[in-house]
Design a protein around this ligand. Sequence first.
Ligand code: PLP
Length: 378
Amino acid sequence: MSDTAVYLDHAASAPLRLEAREAMLPFLDGRFGNPSSIHRFGREARAALEEARARLARVIGASPSEILFTRAGTEADNLAVLGRARLSPGSPVAVSAVEHKAVLASAHAAEDEGSPFILLPVDENGVVRLDGVDAALEAGPAVLSVMWANNEVGVLQPVGEVGARCRAAGVAFHTDAVQALGKVPVRVDEAGVDLLALSAHKVGGPKGVGALYVRRGTRLHPLLFGGGQERGMRPGTEDVAGAAGFAAAAEAAEAERETAMARVSALRDRLEAGLRDAVSGLVVNGAGAARLPTISNVSVPGADPEALLMGLDLEGIAVSSGSACSSGAVEPSHVLTAMGIPAALAGPSIRFSLGWTTTDAEIARALDIFPRVAARVR
Ligand code: PLP
């Protein structure tokens, strides 16, 4: 990998923020106590954990007692979906067609345990259809899950409207806000959500650390069993360093959000305009809907998707493929497929994802290299 590689894959993982690193170091070093111990080492760890909980809660407008730290965003999604399904066996679980696998696979796991699976359809931009939400609510699901922002195309969902409908129907509403935090305002008090999943490494915190917001009064069935940590909902000795790093990263991301995202959004627009000019037939997926300022998913008709990704990597541009490679065959993404995008377009798709460290020069470099590589692999 060359030193001058351009990292445009922030939605996969973001660089660790200095604030997060500094917040974590004491707990990786001398302050190693177990937060459940009653001696001073334990009390010191407990105080740090509770401070992290309060700081993270403040960022999203929650109370500290409504935050459960988990092992990654995936676990937070699993706990929300399966934790609700197992509370009311036999009730359906409704999830949008463009959810991350952490939600979709949890709903399928619930289906295996006897909870009927309801897939909420999306429109051509990947936005959930509210008539589909209304129809699903009539079935009285144990939980209804619609993500805040999509990780592949960046499309924002009408969480406020879905939340209001769920509330009126008395159905628990879960949203996966893993990609939204730090990019758009994420406030649980304004969105009317009951459950909300977060992940530290997408905002410049450590990998393997997540959180689930659980509105007071919303009941869950735990997925793990052991001690009483995290109110018995997520037993296991807490990752104090991880929680401290997560809170510091989330605060830093939120503090700079407006200025950073105004800059990044202009860079993303420049990238898209330049690519449209230079690559004939290029399509920006989901462009008809409100999107995160950071993500651009483009299809290059006629290009070999693997050759495109590898060609870009060889030239020092790190991006993600919009398609998944399984057993040697390239499968178009379930998100693009749900949007009705034909395989010929969904296959050769690339996700650019920018972040607070992205520079003008990096976008200029991507604009220089991408059209050349795309022409070579068509
Ligand atoms: N949900 C969304 C929308 C994501 O983009 C991701 C990560 O890619 C996850 C959940 C899973 O988070 P984690 O990597 O912390 O398990």
